[in-house]
Design a protein. Sequence first.
Length: 117
Amino acid sequence: MAATYPTDRASLERDCDLEFFIAGGPGGQRRNKVATGVRLVHCPTGITVTATERRSQHANREAAFARMAARLQAQQHTARPRIPTRPTAASQRRRLEAKRRTSMIKRLRRMLPEENR
C-alpha cells in the first residue's frame, strides 16, 4: 500500500517547493518579461506540475496547486478489484445461437454444388 499524502492547500504549501520562471508564448511583453510561470515539486513523491496558461502569477499558482492536488489524489486512488460474475442464461443462449448461425454459414460455404464437381 502506497503512502497517503494530504491534498488540502495548507499541506500542499508545506510539502511543495514553489518555483517561478518566465513563461513564453502568447501574452505580450508583460508575459515575456515577468516570471509568471509556476512550477511545483512535491518533495515526498517528486511529482512536478507546471502552470503557464495565465498571464498572472497568482492565477498560475492557483492552477498549479489544483493540479498537484488532482495528481496526488489520482496517484493514491486504488481501483477496486472486479468481482467475476457468471453470464446470464439469456446471454448464454444468445452466444450459442450466434455460434450456431456462424457454423451454419461456414458449413454452407464448404458444400459445393453438384454441377461444379
